[in-house]
Design a protein around this ligand. Structure first.
Ligand code: NAD
Length: 309
């Protein structure tokens, strides 16, 4: 299959690599010139279990790509999605399926607003990846994908996308309620990512504080209230179960979450698509969301301190 990865950072590179290894014709599309140049000169550097390999996969700016793709995989940060869609609009033909696995609440709306007629699939993934420098990703652990078609996507397209992901060992599972998965993941990120960023700690360090469960419950209760009003069957109990299992001693990572890494490298975070989305919707629905509002403001304040422009 001919596949373009639009947004080839940590996750886009990981998926691009795995799809390439499975025999697909992959093009990595990105906007970071140093990253593109490094991949094209040295190859994409993949580090797994301390071993490094260089893989030849073409990388390019959107405007330099002119091809018909069967699948475009959107893997930007939520903040970058609209800009990327505009830059790759020439690649989105009637024969192209589009799959978005980025984190956050609101990506579906962004894509539908951009073009309501796309063959669109959205989902979440528990795969992880780390971009440690231009052209270099570190792959750890395993994961899976849950995805669902939005609107009038043919059954054949869903099967084709499912097959191509599974042949690349990405463990794809079509879902009947992907919005619940997206909200559950956003709730998890709204606790772990923001707490680690505000407290400047790794995920495993959250276990040390007696305030973690207390604060997590406040975030999650507001998520439940807004979700229920929106018809999303997310409960506080379900969200807390997911959070608690991510904080279990054998799971809680010895690493900083991506929001912490964004701040460390002076970049904007996805806060407006996490706690910020709950604060915004709560306001519209007249549901109080003081905790998510405060966390959103704290992260934006942190961005103001570290981002130069
Ligand atoms: P990323 O920050 O690695 O990459 C996103 C974009 O930012 C890419 O276009 C990349 O080239 C660019 N970028 C990254 N560092 C840059 C730098 N220093 N200078 C200029 N440009 C830079 O993002 P990601 O981790 O691949 O995340 C993509 C989406 O997937 C997000 O919604 C994220 O929340 C989600 N996600 C990430 C992980 C993970 O483990 N990284 C896991 C699950 C979901």
């Amino acid at each position: 299959m001919k596949i373009a990865i639009a947004g080839s950072g940590a996750m886009g590179s990981r998926f691009g690599y795995m799809l390439h290894q499975a025999g697909n014709q992959v093009t990595l599309i990105d906007l970071w010139s140093e990253h593109i140049a490094t991949i094209n000169t040295k190859g994409l550097s993949i580090e797994t279990a301390g071993k490094q390999q260089f893989v030849k996969i073409p990388a390019a700016f959107p405007e330099d790509v002119n091809d018909d793709f069967d699948l475009v995989l959107l893997f930007t940060k939520a903040t970058q999605l609209n800009d990327m869609l505009n830059k790759i609009s020439h690649l989105l033909t009637d024969n192209t399926a589009v799959l978005c696995l980025s984190n956050g609440i609101g990506n579906l709306e962004t894509i539908k607003k951009f073009n309501p007629h796309l063959d669109l699939l959205v989902g979440t993934t528990l795969w992880t990846s780390e971009l440690i420098g231009p052209g270099t990703v570190v792959l750890n652990g395993s994961g899976y994908i849950e995805f669902q078609a939005v609107g009038n996507v043919s059954h054949e397209t869903v099967i084709k996308v499912n097959d191509v992901l599974n042949k690349a060992d990405l463990d794809a599972r079509p879902s009947n309620n992907v919005l619940l998965s997206i909200w559950k993941k956003a709730c998890l990120n709204s606790v772990l990512n923001t707490f680690c960023t505000i407290l400047d700690c790794k995920i495993m360090d959250l276990r040390k504080s007696q305030y973690t469960p207390v604060l997590a419950k406040r975030v999650v209760d507001e998520f439940e209230a807004v979700a229920q009003a929106k018809g999303i069957p997310l409960t506080a109990e379900l969200a807390l179960k997911t959070i608690n299992s991510s904080l279990a001693p054998d799971q809680a990572g010895d690493h900083y979450p991506s929001m912490h890494q964004d701040i460390a490298s002076g970049r904007h975070t996805e806060i407006d698509y996490l706690n910020g989305a709950i604060a915004r919707m709560g306001k519209e629905l007249n549901i109080p969301t003081p905790t998510n509002t405060l966390i959103t403001e704290l992260i934006h304040a942190r961005e103001d301190v570290v981002i130069k422009n």
